[in-house]
Design a protein around this ligand. Sequence first.
Ligand SMILES: NC(=O)c1ccc[n+]([C@@H]2O[C@H](COP(=O)([O-])OP(=O)(O)OC[C@H]3O[C@@H](n4cnc5c(N)ncnc54)[C@H](O)[C@@H]3O)[C@@H](O)[C@H]2O)c1
Length: 327
Amino acid sequence: MTEGTNNKILITGGAGFIGSNLCEYFLSKGHEVTCLDNFATGHKHNLANCIDNPKFTLIEGDIRNAADCEKAVKDKDFVFHQAALGSVPRSINDPVTTNDVNVSGFLNMLVASRDAKVKRFIYAASSSTYGDSEGLPKVEAVIGKPLSPYAITKYVNELYAEIFSKTYGIETIGLRYFNVFGRKQDPNGAYAAVIPKFVMQLMQLESPKINGDGNYSRDFTYIDNVIQMNELAMNTTNSAAVNTVYNTAFGDRNTLNDLMRYLKEFLSKYNPEIANVVPEYGPNRAGDIPHSLASINKAKELLGYDPQFSLQDGLQEAVAWYWDNLK
Ligand SMILES: NC(=O)c1ccc[n+]([C@@H]2O[C@H](COP(=O)([O-])OP(=O)(O)OC[C@H]3O[C@@H](n4cnc5c(N)ncnc54)[C@H](O)[C@@H]3O)[C@@H](O)[C@H]2O)c1
């Protein structure tokens, strides 16, 4: 494995949760990092540790604009395409904008990356692509029908990436992220993810709202495992490992009730009153599948993936970060 430390890297969506963590990590490894973001859901404060680094460039622009994509990708070795509108409910409320950003924007980035002859295009795919398939654990080759407009967009990304690899020879790797959490994930807004939302509510001694009876389960994946996968996807020299997709997960599942129990336990070290907060239960949400669990064997075998953070390990770090940064 060759592990260059001065690659020229573009991270789209680099002001968001996952993208800003990637920006910070790759800068810490000595790479040159450019971030392209329109701040639709990302924040400048996520880039506070990057902005003064001479190896960092911020381009405020939109992936729906081909000229912005061309400018950002010029002279880059690797693209980490994270920009998208996340959230299943957002896509149900506004499928057109979700499609514009997630499909047309993705295609713009693929075309620009092909034309700039980047070495590899690594992109954020999603566990939502498993749709209504019921088997567990999820293996990459077996998917079901999408359950939301968001899931359609993420599946279409995979189809385009495969066709671009075959037709134009651009190397691509898709990382199907499973419920990622950790520092800098936004707790605010109507479409906030469950872990930061619960953390904020517990910190404010409010009752978190659980959709359903709390027995739905997820393969919650700490951000540092996701960073490891992205780095492995960049560094691999195994030709059998490219032009494909990988589950990016820890490979274990926990219910929402488990999650709530851990959060209360870890947060009550900071404020003992949090141990007394009781969650409220409501109806299940449209587009949610009951259980999700990844097989991570493909990533282990082909990329040498070895995730270091279980849900509990990651939650302890995430909770400490939220307490220090948002209290
Ligand atoms: N967080 C998860 O659990 C998870 C799971 C599966 C897939 N993903 C995917 O991972 C990627 C990153 O997700 P995240 O959780 O960091 O979300 P995020 O909302 O924090 O980050 C997305 C970033 O993309 C930017 N963006 C949105 N539209 C843009 C546009 N038109 N032009 C330029 N930038 C734009 C946003 O401003 C934001 O900074 C997304 O592609 C998402 O679909 C995330």
